[in-house]
Ligand binder design. Structure first.
Ligand code: NDP
Length: 324
């Protein structure tokens, strides 16, 4: 038997259950999970507040790290430390908020050099996504000298890591938050300025004063539209989230009059070679002391309560789940 968060059917919240080992999907590699993440998507799945889960019953958990317990793949050996994020795990395939996970070998990666399993999950899908956003800004030509780079939802998982990475790379980072009392936290991560989210929640004109060279947006909705309207000519916006809404009430003005680029970011089906590259970059760039400060470790048994807190905007930084 093994412990797992279990989602029986649509609309029901998760419960902590003991499951027989033969309930696991029959995949190539069985992993004894030691660390799992609690991401925004996990919180939606656990609480049943968002349509994340697409097969039932489901074990949630979109990322995890652990040790190979059984493998029919030549790529992984028993006792090897491995990690996984994305690929629909925790949505379509049983995930990592459990003591065991059985997955395809192609979805697993060895741990990146320089990070231990807890640090990998402290970053987790959120940190990986922040790295994808930062790398897209670099690829599209935003340089530290280009001007300020905005990060929305800055106290959250993706936002906190994005602020830290951008500052480390020498960018001038402006953090946008609904929690101005967290200004010291954001400055410690490397933000040079902190702005109230409310400035971005009003309907914007098609073009506002051009201020930002780049942006990482996790909020979507009106905030994303306002960010686009205030980009500098040739500015680049990476859109990865919908914490504030799915809609996009924008005009084409920033794109056709200022040459702004809007880059979509998807961490789930990102190709394996890109994943490896991103994790290697994270391992080199991340400040481990700051990462530890932005991370709270919780036991599996607290994950259900923590999921509600996360969706209610009460969590700062990252939540890592220690699986007993
Ligand atoms: P968190 O909950 O850790 O952070 C989200 C942050 O957004 C909050 O901390 C808060 O920041 C802000 N926020 C919360 N609610 C609202 C609201 N109603 N309106 C405006 N802002 C709000 O989540 P993550 O950082 O893990 O994920 C952020 C988003 O990115 C989610 O939508 C998630 O689904 C998405 N995501 C997408 C991925 C992809 O592959 N595209 C991968 C990972 C995440 P503050 O208080 O500082 O304003």
């Amino acid at each position: 038997m093994f412990d797992a968060l279990y989602l029986e059917e649509a609309g029901q919240p998760a419960a902590l259950r003991k499951l027989p080992e033969n309930a696991l999907p029959d995949e190539e590699v069985t992993v004894r999970v030691h660390w799992s993440g609690l991401n925004y998507k996990d919180a939606l799945a656990i609480t049943g507040r968002g349509p994340v889960v697409r097969a039932w019953p489901m074990v949630p958990g979109i990322d995890f790290a652990g040790v190979v317990e059984r493998s029919s793949s030549p790529d992984f050996t028993v006792g090897q430390q491995v990690m996984l994020n994305g690929w629909g795990v925790g949505e379509k395939h049983w995930g990592g908020l459990a003591q065991k996970a059985s997955v395809r070998a192609a979805w697993l990666l060895p741990l990146p050099q320089g990070l231990n399993a807890q640090q990998v999950l402290a970053l987790g899908t959120a940190g990986f996504t922040a790295m994808l956003c930062v790398q897209a800004l670099v690829r599209e030509g935003v340089e530290p000298g280009s001007g300020p780079v905005l990060v929305t939802g800055a106290t959250g998982g993706v936002g906190s890591v994005a602020v830290m990475l951008l500052a480390r790379l020498g960018y001038e980072v402006v953090a946008v938050t609904g929690r101005l009392e967290e200004q010291p936290y954001l400055q410690k991560l490397g933000a040079s300025e902190v702005l109230a989210r409310s400035h971005f929640e009003m309907p914007s004109r098609p073009l506002e004063k051009a201020r930002w060279a780049g942006a990482v947006d996790v909020v979507g909705g009106q905030v994303l539209a306002s960010v686009c309207a205030a980009m500098k000519p040739q500015g680049v916006v990476t859109a990865c989230g919908l914490a504030g809404g799915m809609e996009f009430p924008a005009t084409v003005a920033p794109f056709i009059l200022r040459g702004v680029t809007l880059v979509g970011i998807d961490s789930v089906m990102c190709p394996k070679t890109v994943r490896q590259d991103m994790w290697e970059r994270l391992a080199l760039l991340v400040n481990k002391d700051l990462l530890a400060e932005m991370t709270r470790v919780i036991p599996l048994s607290d994950a259900i309560t923590a999921a509600t807190d996360l969706l209610d905007g009460k969590i700062k930084g990252r939540l890592v789940v220690e699986v007993p």
